[in-house]
Design a protein around this ligand. Structure first.
Ligand code: CAO
Length: 452
């Protein structure tokens, strides 16, 4: 005989609460505690969960119905029931109970009240007090929504949105009274993906569990003349990478000055001897960085995807941020530990020309261990470079300037170069970063050390 049971509205604390959502239909399979309907009083929305698992035979409520404790929601063929003809079917009542009763130990008995389906006689009043079914005591999942608070979304929809990393406050509801439906959340995600994950229409979906405010929508033309200029392909790609890195990496920037007086004198001397080459301060920085990576292997590393393992690299490929008319690119100079200053100067010249001529291939921009971003040719006294994931640190270089430095007897004019080392604080501690930066400064302050 089929084991048909009635799922009833439990004690909801008030009478005549409207049904605002029906989540099941005949033929649906439901698991125990899966939401059947959502009710909305003037203070709260509540989902009524299934008291047992089974297959929905008949749904007895519709949107707009007003229900009270004991109202029949659906007839469900409980799991484990043998298939039988309707005539032979019996109905058992899953008696509602007050939410407070949910804390009590579950009553072991099951009320069997066979009755023809058509008669549906197993109403709550027919069941003796205290004989509530264990499965009839599911806790109500109520979300308090004070009047005026938006948005209206049932707990199931909120859970669905959370799963997709969607902030429901960003979703426009198409249901009654602006209520958010499952389809609204799906449509929002589709729109976010189609718009290139840029937060124009609302929160960025699931960025490490963050949901952000929507991008401000402003009609700039209202305030004056404007012109629209699409972002370049490079800007779009690097913008997406920079956003991810900025949001997902806990950045800290350590500032340090390097006295490059002697280094710069040597650089000029080298330049005079190699007129066909541009000997930039950058090549010295690359050599100093390689020495620092060898001394502090934690910096020559990447977190694996799980975030639980560090991958230490035994090679020394350095990325150099190059400013091009179309945006920022980061070509990688390989095996910098095996190259001399002149080799690096030559390669730097070639690769930055290639970058500006848009001739860099993907292979030339991958595999970096650490990046250097130099604004030294332009100006500034410090900035916060963004770590180029999956690398764990980046060196920002600002413009060197002559500064008075106390040498123990007097102030001497020295060429001081500001450096800004940003690092991923998940991998690198502040003390280690300070040591790395000060080691770098000492290498650049005494280039003989680079030979060690
Ligand atoms: N202090 C003082 N002068 C410096 C310096 C520094 N730290 N670094 C470079 N200079 C000097 C150079 O020696 C050069 O002077 P000379 O012409 O007299 O030799 C001048 O500044 C211009 O240098 P440059 O910028 O053309 O060349 P570079 O080798 O120093 O740098 C490159 C090459 C590709 C890194 C650079 O052109 C570039 O694109 N920088 C921008 C990087 C960038 O945009 N980063 C992004 C930051 S955050 O998004």
């Amino acid at each position: 005989m089929a084991d048909l049971k009635e799922a009833l509205v439990p004690d909801i604390g008030s009478d005549k609460v409207p049904v605002i959502e029906v989540m099941i239909k005949a033929g649906d399979r439901v698991e125990k505690e899966q939401s059947l309907i959502t009710l909305e009083s003037d203070k709260a929305t509540m989902e009524v969960p299934a008291p047992f698992a089974g297959t929905v035979k008949e749904v007895k409520v519709k949107i707009g119905d007003e229900v009270s404790e004991g109202t029949l929601i659906a007839i469900i063929e409980a799991d484990g029931a043998a298939v039988a003809s309707p005539a032979a079917a019996s109905v058992e009542t899953a008696r509602p109970s007050a939410p407070a009763a949910a804390a009590k130990p579950a009553a072991p008995s099951v009320v069997d009240q066979p009755a023809p389906v058509a008669a549906r006689g197993a109403l709550p009043g027919n069941v003796p007090e205290g004989d509530a079914l264990p499965s009839a005591r599911p806790p109500l999942d109520a979300t308090i929504v004070m009047p005026g608070d938006a948005p209206y979304a049932s707990p199931a929809i909120r859970a669905f949105a959370r799963e997709l990393g969607v902030d429901v406050t960003q979703v426009k509801g198409s249901g009654r009274g602006g209520r958010i439906q499952r389809e609204d959340v799906s449509a929002w995600v589709k729109h976010a993906l189609a718009s290139g994950a840029r937060p124009t229409g609302g929160a960025v979906a699931s960025v490490g569990g963050l949901s952000l405010l929507p991008w401000p929508k402003v009609d700039f033309a209202k305030f004056g003349a404007i012109e629209e200029k699409p972002l370049s392909r490079i800007q779009k790609i690097s913008g997406a990478n920079l956003s991810r890195n900025w949001v997902m990496i806990p950045h800290v920037t350590q500032h340090e000055d390097a006295d490059i007086t002697e280094m710069d004198a040597f650089r000029k001397q080298l330049g005079a001897e190699n007129k066909d080459l541009k000997i930039s301060p950058l090549v010295f920085q690359i050599k100093a960085v390689v020495a620092a990576l060898k001394a502090f292997p934690q910096f020559n590393a990447s977190l694996d995807e799980s975030g639980e393992k560090l991958i230490l690299k035994k090679y020394f490929h350095i990325g150099i941020a190059v400013d091009t008319p179309d945006g920022l690119v980061v070509p990688v100079l390989r095996d910098c530990d095996q190259k001399g200053l002149l080799d690096l100067a030559r390669e730097m010249g070639e690769i930055s020309k290639k970058a500006r001529d848009k001739k860099l291939g993907p292979a030339e921009m991958s595999g970096g261990c650490f990046s250097i971003s130099s604004l030294g040719g332009i100006g500034g006294t410090g900035f916060t470079p963004i770590v180029n994931a999956p690398e764990v640190a980046i060196l920002g270089v600002s413009k060197a300037a002559i500064k008075p430095v106390w040498n123990g007897k007097e102030f001497a004019p020295r060429l001081i170069m500001p450096m800004s080392l940003s690092y991923d604080h998940r991998v690198i501690d502040g003390a280690l970063a300070a040591r790395f930066a000060s080691f770098l400064a000492s290498q650049l302050g005494d280039i003989r050390r680079l030979l060690l």
